[in-house]
Ligand binder design. Structure first.
Ligand SMILES: Cc1ncc(COP(=O)(O)O)c(C=O)c1O
Length: 394
């Protein structure tokens, strides 16, 4: 069978190779003194709070399982709008909020609605690998611009200005970012938005980790810049509902109707059960629980990053959000006689029984120096992982 060019140009997801090898080894070492610790997983180790799970049960029991509007339950759009007001002090019309099957569907809708074939979208290197694919699926081109720790691994306005060419259509940023957990400074983001707006372009801000912001200086939504920014968000991370497949995007008023039409045809609607459950996320008790969890994620960061630094796995920019540590392992590679972070990740898996993610999937600039640790794991696991790494690097 002939496979379409579009599918053939999708790059391999290298991390799956590590995951496959890790699953095999994990089974072998499961009952030893050193079972596998998975610090490669980009999802909270918490599940949805009790009230949310009860709401899902009720929706099933009471038969609230029919299709909803393509843009989502009106009550949920209102609840999300209130959350923006309450948490970020930003007024967002519910009509600009489109509920989707996770941030993934939101990114797909945004790209299909806004990117023309041949358009170039600028994004930072390193960045979340799937974001490139959403642009490519819309027959656009993702162009990764190298970033440095000084830029917090984020794009700068001058870089965007210099890189802007005849085919450039806009920027796709993630703040806080996966894999670095670092956010873009508010003034830099405003400057980027100005550069983009002067060129009649689009700014898409992937804010899926914004709820898990640990630093007030960075924890602002890009939506504060006005109604021409597209923001992507999700119930997956802060709301701990990865497998429920629910997210949303906020679009400029004139983009609502085209996005809605696309959503109607491509998805009909996001999961009705998940939407009913998600209404309970915004009840005060649930929000209080989410805030406690955010504190826990922060405590893990505060323990783990200094420990990595102590071991010479330097984290050049302290993450201000999410649950990742992007560590430079080049000194460790030199000490162990390894060529790259790819080899380091396999070595750590084999010798420490700790699974981490090599930089390779996130870009090509200096990703051979970096590995990503996920700190969405219990403090006990994080402590044990540090002890094993210390032994390896001694
Ligand atoms: C930066 C970023 N954007 C989007 C997604 C997709 O999330 P969702 O589960 O909401 O589809 C992820 C998932 O890890 C992510 O890290």
């Amino acid at each position: 069978m002939q496979i379409a060019e579009r599918a053939r140009r999708v790059e391999p997801f290298y991390v799956m190779e590590i995951a496959k090898a890790a699953a095999k080894l994990a089974a072998e070492v499961a009952h030893t003194a050193r079972p596998m610790i998975f610090l490669n997983i980009g999802e909270p180790d918490f599940t949805a709070p009790e009230r949310v799970r009860q709401a899902a049960k009720r929706a099933v029991h009471e038969g609230h399982t029919q299709y909803t509007q393509a843009t989502g339950l009106p009550r949920l759009r209102v609840a999300i709008s209130h959350w923006y007001q309450q948490r970020f002090g930003v007024a967002i019309e519910p009509s600009r909020i489109v509920v989707t099957s996770g941030a993934s569907a939101a990114l797909q809708l945004a790209c299909l609605a806004l990117v023309n074939p041949g358009d170039e979208i600028l994004m930072p290197d390193p960045s979340y690998p799937c974001n490139r694919q959403f642009v490519q699926a819309a027959d656009g081109t993702a162009r990764l611009l190298p970033t440095t720790p000084v830029q917090r691994f984020q794009l700068s306005a001058s870089q965007v200005e210099q890189a802007w060419g005849p085919r450039t259509r806009g920027v796709l940023l993630a703040s806080p970012s996966n894999p670095t957990g670092t956010s873009i400074a508010a003034d830099e983001l405003a400057a980027i938005q100005r550069v983009v707006a002067e060129r009649n372009g689009i700014t898409i801000a992937d804010e899926i980790y914004l709820g898990l912001s640990h630093d007030a200086a960075y924890g602002q939504t890009a939506l504060a810049l006005g109604d021409q920014v597209v923001s992507i968000n999700s119930f997956s991370k802060y709301f701990c509902m990865t497998g429920w497949r629910l997210g949303w995007l906020v679009v400029p008023p004139e983009a609502v109707e085209p996005v809605e039409r696309l959503a109607q045809h491509l998805f009909i609607c996001p999961s009705t059960i998940s939407q009913h459950a998600a209404l309970a996320c915004f009840e005060p008790e649930s929000l209080a629980e989410y805030e406690l969890r955010r504190e826990e994620f922060k405590a893990r960061r505060d323990y783990f990053i200094p420990e990595l630094n102590r071991l010479g796995l330097t984290v050049p920019v302290t993450p201000d959000g999410a649950f990742y540590a992007y560590a430079d392992c080049s000194a460790a590679c030199e000490r162990l006689g390894l060529a790259s972070s790819w080899e380091f990740a396999f070595e750590v898996m084999r010798r420490c029984h700790v699974v981490i993610t090599p930089g390779r999937d996130f870009g090509s600039d200096s990703t051979a120096r970096y590995v990503r640790f996920s700190t969405a794991s219990s403090m006990a696991h994080l402590r044990e992982a540090i002890a094993r790494l210390e032994e390896l690097l001694a």
